[in-house]
Design a protein around this ligand. Sequence first.
Ligand SMILES: Nc1nc2c(ncn2[C@@H]2O[C@H](COP(=O)(O)OP(=O)(O)OP(=O)(O)O)[C@@H](O)[C@H]2O)c(=O)[nH]1
Ligand SMILES: [Mg+2]
Length: 297
Amino acid sequence: MSFKSGFVAVVGQPNVGKSTLINCIIGKKVSIVSPKPQTTRNKILGVWNPPGAQVVFVDTPGIHKSKTALDDFMAKSIESATDGIDLLLYVIDGSKPFKPNDLKMLEKYAENDYPVFAVVNKIDLNNYENLMQELAKLNAIAKLEEVFCISALANKNLEPLKEHILKKMTDNVKYFSDDQLTDKTFGFMIAEAIREKMLWMLDDEVPHGVGVVVDEMRDYEKFEQITATIYCEKESHKNIIIGKQGNMIKEIGKSSRLAIEKMLQKQVNLSLWVKVKPDWRNKASTLGNLGYAIDEI
Ligand SMILES: Nc1nc2c(ncn2[C@@H]2O[C@H](COP(=O)(O)OP(=O)(O)OP(=O)(O)O)[C@@H](O)[C@H]2O)c(=O)[nH]1
Ligand SMILES: [Mg+2]
């Protein structure tokens, strides 16, 4: 059998489990996950290498209304993610009634010349009757090729989805070498690991206004010295991130360090700085420094 490869865009509303799904299929963590919407901000490639094939998944930010320049950047990331793809997975939250906007978006994507699968996720949180009722709504979308009901978190029903994804792969080029899991640099992955910890540890408003940049990585024989800056929008947010007697930043630092050590397979010494940059989400120059530059797309 000849080698098969291709690109698969994964799109949908925020928080439906797009990044969890990609991590689960690849079996390694390429994209950060949190219970808060708008966790993913960049288009991130994740490479899956099953025997005889290579599938490049394109993770995208959740579809949401633009309020800031960062939102515009995220919207453009979603748009450009479908360039030249072989398949699109539209992920829907299957734990509650489907949103009218999901049906509208599915209809729109299904008009394109690539095949579209609906992936109904989080079925572990719903019962059979409710789910069946919701699935009936998808019958109206004629051009939808397949519907899969899965739980990415519980690794449930993923095999049929994986098989059908592989059937849609038609290229025979190996785009990435076996050891390349993503298109992103270690610096980006480290900054994301720190941001992920903040999404889990801090309340709503604060992590949404946070950006992380890795300033320096020094490779010593016994450890890696990493210095990173956390940018936030307000002095009050800075105080929350640092916490009483620096307790919060210590916790963020410790849990980030453990995640980074796992990623680099090396002991890490992590120095974190917190700086206030009012309205950074609307400033092209800061956005660029933080890895959200428009020219990246
Ligand atoms: N119960 C349950 N939770 C899930 C499942 N898949 C993902 N989640 C949870 O849903 C939340 C959002 O997951 P993400 O993978 O970050 O979702 P996303 O669609 O990438 O979100 P954005 O990047 O913000 O657009 C996390 O708390 C996940 O643990 C699932 O199958 N079942
Ligand atoms: Mg995501």
